[in-house]
Design a protein around this ligand. Sequence first.
Ligand code: ADP
Ligand code: MG
Length: 645
Amino acid sequence: FGVGGNPQGKGKQPLKDVLDYGSDDFQWVPQLKTKLQKVFGIQNFRLCQQGACNANVDGRDVVCIMPTGGGKSLTYQLPALLIPGCTIVISPLIALIMDQVHHLREAGVEASMLTGATSKDETNSIYAQLRAMADGEVPSSREIKLLYVTPERVAKAKRFMSILDKLYAGDRLARFVIDEAHCVSQMGHSFRPDYRSLHVLKQMYPRVPIMALSATCPPRVLEDVLKILKMKPIVDGRAAHMNEGTVYFTAPLYRKNLNYKVLPKPSSSAVALKVMVEYILAEHKDESGIVYCLTKKDTEEVAKGLSENGIKSGVYHADVGDADKEALHRRWRDGKVKVVCATIAFGLGIDKGDVRFVLHHSKTLEAYYQESGRAGRDGKDADCVMFYRPQDAMRLSSMVCTDVDGQTKLYNILQFAQSITECRKVIFAKCFSHTSQLSMSSWATEDKDALTPCGHCDNCARAEREDSFERKDVTVQAWQLLKVVDEVRRNGGRVTMSNLVDLARGTGKATYDIQGGGRRRGKGKGKEQGDIDVDAVADGKVDLSKEQTEYLIIELLVTGYLAEQYHSTAYQTNVYLKAGARSVRLTRMSKERLDTLTVDRIVCAFVKHAPAKRARKSKVGNEDGHSEASTSKAKRTRIGKRKYL
Ligand code: ADP
Ligand code: MG
């Protein structure tokens, strides 16, 4: 094999060095297709599988980004059967590895694994086999074609590294495959320190190609992954130059059968739980699902609450013992447990087809997307519902404030959650698009449908009903909020989001915190609380509902009019709001002059409240499955004054 499988190479001069790996132009394609059917029982390649397989057999470094459930495993398992030697697969989870090895062996493929769970005898026998392979004593048909290992094996386990050396010396190392490759980067959403050591692979075995696989790997993360793994920059897999760069494949991130929607989350956790119970009973009674929670404690509480309401649920997070995890997974797969309440720890390698719903409380859009990938793997409809309330932004902010890129990621998910007008799929596409990073025109055409609305998410449904939301110019209200923030600062105080809502709306117990040494003005309630005269400071009270005010505050935050200010105590990090970099654009003006503003107007789309009777307490997921009866949402768009005033 080796490089240069392109049969066009000889005749056609201009195309000589350019390979389209997605094509049939390679001598091994018939063999690939036969094995695809015979070994894997699959009739046709899907998405970019053929391209990735071809590049793989051709010995290239490969990056393949495909949605969860898209079929990434096949892109290295199938080529491994055609290439001499052993393909080493590095995968983060033992459960996932066991699953894969089981399936492969059932299909008659020589596959093995070395994990913490592998017995001593088995380990010894695998090492003996590998040694024999390295010494050229094993006929190709009896070689271990795929060896799965957990990342801590690499670099840390001397015995393992020395067998790799031997295989390398004997030309029996076919390839390294790094599954869930985003774990390599600290900028990724699930960094794993053990993945760091994978940088040794290229250092020690420069002739062995690497394949990196992931479902969500935004451009910056990908760049970081390539750098750490010492792989060359990416080139388009449909027009790759021979021998040059890491061949890159991506498949549309969007899965048609998933219905994305955001539902308002009540402020008390008891009511929030009730809403989830009602949603599940109304929309997915007796169906299987997952509830992703932010903390281990949340998973326990939600599972308890669901179970008490007749929805059989289990808990899955890092502290749950292996045996319990496995038992839960099994009972869930068999339908004896309906809902798994989990942290992000649950997911890698889940291969349950009929997950009809996933409820999310996610920290990042990547996490939401990754989690939603576990729904509807059987191709049938499934709902991916995010529960959101603006207040969560502050809690999330304190959780991610020390993460690399934490704020950018948080703002991305806030914008997603706050949007009531833009197709969810389009927002995903914009956020995850790799195309923008590449200066290759061929790229843009690959995903040409990415910006076409899906037609069935909550926002697409809303777009068809003009009366379901209203656009409102809230420039004045934004100015008022910023004036309040400014006044609190001048008084030496600190204002939380809920303080700000109360102060600006002039409701009852409005106060803010006084910092040590700060002076106190107004008629403060206690020693360390201050308040302000909103009529004097902001020329009147903000005339929006509490919910609308909260939405507006988040809009101001993500657009730079407001910013967070962290204050850490021994126990927690408190988040306060301060003026953002753009704030002066509004605050330097008098209220009267705001009318003359044109370009910087702030316009929000608010969900219209349904008629009084249905409002508020109405069941989540009313007749059309949407939630305009509940809390309002806002979306700021910059729109010229003329059009909307
Ligand atoms: P990923 O790793 O991308 O999340 P997997 O490799 O686990 O996805 O594949 C998901 C499922 O899709 C598996 O059950 C696999 O057998 C199936 N599959 C993969 N490729 C194809 C294909 N071309 N046609 C039909 N099913 C496929
Ligand atoms: Mg996978």
